[in-house]
Design a protein around this ligand. Sequence first.
Ligand SMILES: C[S@@+](CC[C@H](N)C(=O)[O-])C[C@H]1O[C@@H](n2cnc3c(N)ncnc32)[C@H](O)[C@@H]1O
Length: 198
Amino acid sequence: MASFSESFQGWDKYVENSKGQPPRDLLGRALQFVPGRGAAIDVGAGALNDTRFLLDEGFASVTALDSAPIAQDIADTLPADRFRYVISTFEAFDFPVAAYDLVNAQYALPYIHPDHFDTVFARISASLKPGGILTGQLFGNFDDWAGTPGMSFHTLAQARAVLSDLRPLEFEENDEPNSQTLSGKAKHWHYYDFIARR
Ligand SMILES: C[S@@+](CC[C@H](N)C(=O)[O-])C[C@H]1O[C@@H](n2cnc3c(N)ncnc32)[C@H](O)[C@@H]1O
């Protein structure tokens, strides 16, 4: 099984591999719970697949947040009147309070530095309008990459505690010892999918 540093080929490569993929299934399921098609943010937007989907779904404004402009070519094709591509780390971004109907964070939250996880998660949670939906994953303690410096991993009890100020609509633990990464490297995935309402 490969460590994170053995598997990771850079976010540019990740975008190359994931460009043009359909939106994440979990996001598709979360949409039924979203109260309105007002404002959404795609946290750790990568190749902008989910961002594009949210624009197609009719959200009035969609912000894509990522630490580097790795999908600038795709961003340039999206409707400028409803879309903002914000280049910032999660840790440095000034999440507006009670602003979003939907916060989509697919495979993104584990990349928050553990020293800042609780503070950043609290800001993300507070950026939801009352009734707004947060969806994404936390990575579990059995994951092959657990212990990678700069990344956050949670036991089942810790993951439930992280979400305890929100109302869970879906929470699923996934433990997949014989799986692989997007680039085809063998990997034990352990993660929690969730959809929660503020
Ligand atoms: C695993 S990818 C997920 C991309 C996309 N959400 C998806 O589901 O395919 C993680 C994304 O988060 C971004 N990222 C990683 N650490 C970050 C940080 N600390 N602040 C902002 N973005 C970060 C990466 O550039 C990358 O685009």
